[in-house]
Design a protein around this ligand. Structure first.
Ligand code: ATP
Ligand code: MG
Length: 776
């Protein structure tokens, strides 16, 4: 162990060796917080603490796996296997499985993923005859989700006139009814959604003191990474479990709290000292990840936030290159720049693709980057898209398996009762739902008792339904003896799924078949003993739980040499040699949705801090002058965050050759204002605007273009967007049209255009931001 402890500096050693009592490590990015957690667990085990008594909660399952394998190298594989390590959701899903009956759930309850939940909500809205334009299912889902994460149950909702009023004011007076129906339907289907995994854990720990005592005794040592992003529900769980022994160690960085929009509460970190007695507070100041330039630039950004704890971050690493800022004409141009820069860096510095990451604010931005990387033959991988297990064909297979385990699962049943087609129409399904609701039974129970229940379905259809029941029941029988792999292999054939996908000879159809094959391969691995968490036995129920909680980050084995593309939210805790942060434009980053209050803007700034601090060697910031958003080409303004970085760390580049080759710069094409050019206005979001929040932009938010842009060196000395001192009467020179006199100027800012009488070409109207004019 001593050999390993020498890999920590003194400040890191202190919290690592602090065995007992409540403690918090507050420190900036890259200072070794996660490293301390990892070594601390190894240290506890070396001190004789049983791994069964240690619970470590991480931000992703992948992070848990990596920590575990690191610990295994220190204390040995077999011991490390017994650690309870994972995300809140995966750990508490396991616990709920043991205790489900206490809450009235079957132990084989289904976990509804976001798509299942949203489908159910959408169905409920339809059944209630509500206007789906007013009751948008995604919004309703996130509203219900935030209630659950604040522990506002249906009962609590109806007892709270303020909440009811708020929803009524938002023109959604039936929200409570939808919430109630949704909760009832999930319960009847034996299903928990993601938020239930936390909510029901809280319920379990409050309602059953003996259960609480059991887990308090079990988890004598609790550790939490990324504590700044815990929500209220998670906070209460940690608080309850650690209450007896108070051996709780949390690490976090208030400057990296980026999930407030999903209910994370930065106060959890700020109030930690109030919650426990004799809290030891540790600070780490030395960053090991990044160059001096990156560390200092990141410090200069976060300095602008008012709400923050004072922290010092410094590094002994090299100075490093300046942060490159690149301006593009549009997103395609931006993608090309990123791709060619990655290409050059790879060549010049002998780097791997996996040394690079491209980070963006919204998933939609990945397309242009992907196109450019593909053209350059640079392999990449997108994170944060659909997880493998959420693909249509995979969900179809899984739906059969879900029904095998839990026939009450309504969403699984609706998905496959007529897929592949077996002549069961939507009207039949609707009638079955009504009957099930009427009898307060699951749809499957209604199906099993078609002779006895009152439902208007003809005998031909009844036969088909009975065949479906028999099919599922035959799978259930097989499940008693076969393993997951054998069962699924059989299910895909006997259900007709394979035939259905084979029929489809398109490339998509072929991919679907390959995915199913991949699913079966993964199952084989699972059966062969890839057991992740203590007490797992490799059953179908466990398999389904694993995949329900898998994100596509979890599929990453870390061995494929590809450029990583992901949103900044996903990049938390990760590090890459070269990081490109793209789309640094006002209304995109900071997001238009997050500029209503100072605290929202500060969260965007923390997000930028997180993005920049992922970089080890070099960071690139790019922005475009125009961008398609919601199908319209809009003018974009560079992000205020670029300006907020201290100048001395920036290197502003705009390669001349790229501009020369860009057709967008050709005034023949873009000499006039495109008709569809509409200035983008941030949508007013009813949900995000807090009561009493200022309607106008709050103080301190500038709307003038960032000052550094005036410094953008123009490679040929011509005018550009930011230099519009032109007036009527000026004689100017255009690269292609030659000399001319300005006879009229109209429009403002980026839309400013000039009518020019050219000596040898008549008059032309040019958009100044694209025209290359020189005053003579
Ligand atoms: P974040 O805030 O981004 O989650 P963190 O504080 O968790 O960062 P780590 O990821 O633990 O920081 O560490 C950052 C990097 O520095 C890692 O590559 C880690 O291995 C390295 N590192 C940390 N401490 C040391 C040390 N004492 N000696 C050498 N390398 C270290
Ligand atoms: Mg970390």
């Amino acid at each position: 162990m001593d050999k390993y402890l020498s890999q920590l500096n003194e400040a890191q050693l202190a919290p690592t060796l602090q065995k007992d009592g409540p403690m918090i490590v507050i420190a900036g990015a890259g200072s070794g917080k996660t490293r301390v957690l990892t070594f601390r667990i190894a240290y506890l085990m070396s001190q004789g603490i049983d791994p069964f008594n240690i619970l470590a909660l991480t931000f992703t399952n992948k992070a848990a796996r990596e920590m575990k394998s690191r610990i295994a190298t220190i204390v040995g594989d077999s011991e490390a296997k017994n650690l309870w390590m994972g995300t809140f959701h995966s750990i508490f899903a396991k616990i709920l499985r043991f205790e489900a009956d206490k809450l009235g759930y079957p132990s084989n309850f289904t976990i509804y993923d976001t798509q299942d939940s949203q489908r159910l909500i959408s169905a409920i809205i339809k059944e209630m005859g509500l206007d789906k334009e007013v009751y948008k299912y995604k919004q309703i889902y996130s509203r219900i989700s935030s209630y659950k994460n604040s522990l506002i149950t249906v009962k609590a909702y109806f007892q709270n006139p303020e909440l009811i009023e708020a929803d009524t004011m938002a023109r959604r007076p039936r929200l409570g009814d939808i919430y109630k129906e949704y909760v009832d339907r999930c319960f009847k289907a034996g299903a928990m959604d993601f938020d239930d995994l936390l909510l029901k854990t809280n319920e379990l720990l409050t309602r059953f003191p003996e259960v609480l005592a059991k887990y308090q005794n079990r988890f004598k040592y609790i550790l939490v990474d990324e504590y700044q992003d815990t929500n209220h529900s998670q906070y209460l769980i940690v608080r309850a479990l650690s209450d007896k022994f108070q051996n709780i160690c949390v690490v976090g960085d208030d400057a990296q709290s980026i999930y407030a929009f999903r209910g994370a509460n930065i106060n959890n970190i700020l109030n930690f000292q109030r919650d426990y007695d004799d809290v030891k507070v540790f600070r780490l100041e030395q960053n090991y990840r990044s160059t001096k330039t990156i560390v200092n630039a990141a410090n200069s950004i976060i300095d602008k936030n008012q709400t923050k704890l004072d922290k010092v971050v410094w590094t002994a690493n090299e100075e490093g290159a300046k942060i490159k800022v690149h301006r593009s004409i549009n997103d395609g141009d931006e993608g090309r720049y990123v791709a060619s820069s990655i290409f050059e860096n790879k060549m010049q510095n002998q780097l791997q693709n996996s040394d690079f990451a491209v980070l963006y604010r919204t998933n939609a931005q990945s397309r242009a980057i992907e196109d450019a990387l593909r053209k350059r033959d640079i392999p990449y991988r997108i994170f944060g898209g659909l997880s493998f297990y959420q693909r249509k064909e995979i969900k179809d297979v899984l739906a059969y398996l879900r029904l095998v385990i839990n026939p009450a699962d309504e969403e699984a049943l609706k998905r496959i009762i007529n897929f592949p087609a077996r002549g069961i129409g939507q009207t039949t399904i609707d009638r079955l739902i009504v009957a099930a609701n009427g009898y307060n039974r699951s749809i499957f129970e209604v199906l099993k008792n078609l002779d006895k229940v009152e439902v208007n379905i003809n005998s031909g259809t009844k036969n088909k339904l009975q065949n479906f029941v028999t099919l599922i029941e035959s799978f259930q029988v097989m499940n008693q003896t076969a393993n997951v792999f054998e069962l699924t292999d059989h299910v895909t054939k006997a259900s007709g799924l394979i035939r259905e996908f084979k029929k489809d000879g398109t490339p998509e159809g072929v991919t679907r078949m390959e995915n199913i094959e991949e699913l079966l391969n993964g199952m084989k691995d699972f059966v062969d003993g890839q057991i992740e968490v203590a007490d797992a036995t490799g059953s179908l129920a466990e398999y389904l739980e694993d995949v329900a909680l898998a994100t596509d980050l979890d599929n990453d084995k870390g061995d494929d040499n590809k450029v990583a593309l992901m949103t900044i939210h996903l990049a938390k805790g990760l590090e890459f040699s070269y990081v490109y942060i793209v789309g640094l434009e006002e209304d995109l980053f900071p997001s238009a949705m997050s500029m209503n209050t100072r605290s929202e803007l500060e969260e965007e700034r923390r997000l930028f801090y997180v993005a920049l601090t992922r970089a080890e060697k070099q960071a690139y910031l790019t922005y475009a002058l125009t961008r398609y958003r919601w199908g319209k080409l809009i003018d974009a303004e560079p992000s205020r965050f670029i300006e907020e970085i201290d100048d001395q760390y920036l290197d502003i580049v705009t390669p001349p050759e790229e501009r020369r080759f860009n057709p967008m710069l050709d005034p023949d094409i873009f000499g006039d204002v495109p008709q569809n050019k509409i200035r983008f206005k941030p949508p007013k979001s009813r949900d995000t605007r807090k009561k009493g929040a200022p309607k106008t932009k709050p103080e301190g938010i500038k709307i003038t273009p960032p000052k550094h842009l005036k410094k953008v060196s123009n490679t040929n000395g011509n005018t550009n967007l930011f230099d519009s001192k032109l007036t009527v009467g000026n004689v100017v020179e255009h690269l292609r049209f030659g000399k001319g006199k300005i006879i009229k100027i109209e429009g403002k800012g980026a839309d400013m255009k000039a009518e020019i009488n050219f000596e040898n070409g008549g008059s032309k109207k040019l958009l100044l931001r694209f025209a290359k004019l020189k005053i003579i």
